[in-house]
Design a protein. Structure first.
Length: 276
């Protein structure tokens, strides 16, 4: 594990391998470990990075700064300090939204995008998680939430909601459950939920012809975001590849790692292939 300083906040990340760069961004509530299978497989042929977003994993969780603009500034600083170019940028949920927004602003640095279960108001709205996020946006009690720790059984239910087939490795499931009980986890997630309406521009984003090719990945049994709404989103995103993993839930890269790894590897070529 390594760290870099972003405006006084310590950001944790893993780096390994050599070759064309791949950068992984995780979801709300998760951390860089959700990409462990893909990271370990692809470091054999690529220079891979997996970042803990502000407030998650081994990164610092400051009192404030949980805005889309601040996260985008963090990603920008990470790319610039390492002079990363021709990157395959891989995101999940909120990480997918950040990946799209970053590429809108810096298309010249991105070779291709792999966006797993992209978070937008439309993909979130039809689900139970969406209703919870809407409630969280109304509660401005960050100082109180910073002192609240989610009980273990409740953390288990949260993680179970994110899984479809139940085939996730036990060690990853245990790590995710433990992570949800950490101090400030609820505060961070509630604070970011207030920013979700700002992602609405992605629901209507039509990539220009020269935009880096996009691969979308969904689990058919996703209960956190709506795969059906994701299919609607694909009509405007027009991905080169649109992959649906049957039986997988929200954490598709954990439950069924091989199809996701293959999708990322295929995306590193930067070619546009329209699925038949």
């Amino acid at each position: 594990m390594r760290h870099f300083d972003f405006r006084g906040t310590s950001i944790a990340y893993d780096e390994a391998g050599a070759g064309p760069p791949i950068v992984f961004l995780h979801n709300l509530g998760g951390d860089r470990h959700i990409w462990r299978a893909q990271f370990d497989a692809l470091k054999q042929t690529h220079r891979v990075f997996a970042i803990d977003l502000i407030g998650y994993g081994d990164s610092d969780a400051p009192d404030d700064g949980y805005t889309v603009e601040n996260y985008l500034a963090m990603v920008t600083a990470f790319f610039e300090e390492r002079d990363l170019r021709d990157v395959t940028l891989v995101g999940h949920c909120f990480g997918s939204a950040l990946s799209l927004l970053y590429t809108q602003r810096h298309p010249g640095r991105v070779r291709s995008l792999v966006i797993s279960s992209p978070l937008t108001p439309a993909t979130l709205r039809p689900t139970r998680t969406g209703w919870a996020a809407r409630l969280g946006r109304q509660l401005h009690i960050d100082s109180l939430l910073a002192r609240v720790r989610i009980p273990g059984p409740v953390a288990g239910l949260i993680v179970a909601e994110q899984l479809g087939s139940g085939n996730a490795p036990a060690e990853i499931v245990a790590h995710l459950r433990k992570s949800w009980t950490e101090p400030r986890r609820l505060m961070v997630t509630a604070a970011i939920s207030r920013e979700i309406p700002l992602l609405g521009e992605l629901d209507n984003f039509v990539p220009p012809a020269d935009f880096p090719p996009i691969t979308t990945v969904w689990g058919s049994h996703n209960r956190v975001l709506s795969a059906q709404a994701g299919a609607t989103l694909n009509r405007t995103l027009k991905p080169s590849r649109a992959i649906v993993v049957d039986g997988a839930g929200h954490l598709v890269m954990v439950e069924t790692p091989d199809p996701v790894t293959a999708a990322v590897l295929a995306a590193t070529t930067g070619t546009r292939v329209v699925d038949s």
